[in-house]
Write a protein that binds this ligand. Sequence first.
Ligand code: PLP
Length: 326
Amino acid sequence: MEVPHVSTGKGRNNSCNSRRRRHTPQTNQIISALAKYPSERRDPEPNWNLQGPRRLPRSHTPHPTKCQKAGLASEGNAGCSFALYSQMAGIRCKVYIPNDANVAKVELSRKLGARVTKVQGTISDAGRKAARYAETTGAYNASTFVTPFRHDGKGTMALEICEQLGWESPDYIVYPVGGGVGLIGMWKMFKILQRLGWVRNVPRIVAVQPKGCAPVVDAYDKGGTEVAEWKAPKTIAKGLKIPKPLAGSWILRCLRESRGIALKVSDVEIHKAMLNVAKRDGLLVEPSSAAAFAAIPVLLETGTIDRKDIVVVIATGSGLKTLEQF
Ligand SMILES: Cc1ncc(COP(=O)(O)O)c(C=O)c1O
């Protein structure tokens, strides 16, 4: 079967914009297939769907035409993606990464040509370093919500999901929230699709965070419009260790608009979900991704979702880069 290639790097941006996109780098990305979960039903289970881990998020594409160098803060995955696309586009790439990042993410970014600087502290500290680097060198700052490419890029997940469901929206999307890029990007796209009349309904978004760093869940539960900084974040889900997401108020707005749900899962539940999903379904996901799977039993037990509902769980990150955490 021929698989369509989706072009990357859509949208406009100040320093990296061009009307002609002849040189947009592309990997052999495929549309992520929805798969039934669990694949083998040993006991009565709901009809879960999930998005298989994509090879590389296609949202992480700096525009090649004018950029000479780009810098970003990353927990690791975005760093790998930017490293790859930057070297394909002939752009120098600098990644600021927290000290405790997974070794494979640091190594892969380096092997793909990026200059990686480890930063003491959290992703917020790395973000400040990336901003300073961009200011002092003129590099394109590709950090979360500094560039619009990333959230609009992740919005394509909504397109893929609806297309594979015959232009219907699922009832729920379960997504592990760190910076909120995927949540905001998808919600924006679902609303566009509904306005265009391509889908009748929009899903309710379930935002999942680890108990050791859940600033969005707390703010949403309190009915707030701003996300307060989480003091002393601690979790095995490093991609979700974002003490104060830059787009906190947007995340909360999206959740409210979608009549969304926000919940916390413990590191123990996350680890258990990692093993369960790997052993039962052959899907190797990293802790940040496993958080979404860990939420499913909770959602079921509390009766929040029904077994008849169509639920899409996004498998956001491969466990191959976090083998030491299994
Ligand atoms: C595997 C994984 N899942 C989820 C997230 C959170 O993503 P978002 O910024 O879209 O909330 C990250 C962020 O780094 C991640 O690496």
